[in-house]
Design a binder for this molecule. Sequence first.
Ligand code: PMP
Length: 421
Amino acid sequence: MTIEASTGALERARKAYGELVARGLSLDLTRGKPAPEQLGLSDALLALPGTGRYRAADGSDVRNYGNLRGLRELREIFAGPLQVPADQLLAAGNSSLELMHDCLVHALLGVVPGAESRWADQERIAFLCPVPGYDRHFFLCERFGIEMIPVPMTDDGPDMDEVERLAAADPAVKGIWCVPKYSNPSGVCFSDETTARLAAMPTAAPDFRIFWDNAYAVHHLTDEPVEIADLLAACAAAGNPDRALVFGSTSKITTAGSGVAFFGASEANLDWLLAKNAKRSIGPDKVNQLRHAMFLRDEEGVRAHMERQRALLQPKFDAVARILEAELGGTGLAAWTSPKGGYFVTLDVPEGCAKEVVRRAAEAGIVLTPAGATHPYGNDPRDATIRLAPSYPSLEELEQAVEGLAVCVRLVGEERRNGER
Ligand code: PMP
């Protein structure tokens, strides 16, 4: 670009930004929450199981204490989607994040199968963190003083050369965070090769664990649902049966916050968690589990329900892609993902610009996830990644927010091109 053209572009970007601020918007693109219409798809849940319905398929009374494994009929529905045999799947409370939290706590304070001692007794504990990643995974590590080692994401999952090198070299590396399908926030799906290598790689820690957070297992946005490899089976086949801890939930299937969470693992890991959980709780909320089993009915019921979710979500993701392309395509100022499922779009802006884009957007009334949230310790060393969560706002609000965001990207990008940043 010539100096004149570049200065002209900056002038235009400044003018557009001034107009944007003058509109006095108040829009929020921060968190991946389902929109009210999405929650409405599960309204029938609120009337279930219904007066007089309190027997599980095995005849037990769901109103009473007990059954730490959760209702079998619900575990059978989710065995396929989560790739865990029903016998190895627990239906638990309302949050998979809680299960991940509990697994960390139990590993710190108890001895996981295969471990020589409690993690808390070891001088240093580290987890591999594919980046960009999910901030709440990182918060858990921070909370418990677990060191985070960033590993770059590729289109096939984490950079496996790097993962293998780090896991083999350092016995303090006890685990890795993985969102294997429609990853938060990159939308990446792990290739079969990535999964096979994770299952089989030598690790210096005998008690290495893969936290396989399959939060978006059935959350497709295209006609070609992505299938990923079965980690639990791959670990067993590779002689590392205890390496995989599988998590999932209905938070973004039915209701966020009052759904059902699942945990899948080897028998040894299940026994370990069940023994610890038996001290923590006298049993999960089986009334909620029964209502979910009645509402979803079977795997086909889940599939049909997720089609209805997709009908609401896809127009929003399409709008994000359309507006970003129209406003920023060919400018060299941004690149973005086109996820085939899940809840997020990752927007990459020129290095050193993400924080400033988020700041300018906030000034114009558009709240974005803080820049850096996608990286351990909130520190994106390139300051280039912004996570967009299109699900919650209405389509109209979303369009306004993304148009406004594009104005901010152009402003900050042009300022940088002109050496003003
Ligand atoms: N894992 C990932 C990757 C998520 O994106 C989310 C929700 N944002 C969760 C877990 C939280 O799940 P839950 O509601 O089951 O705790």
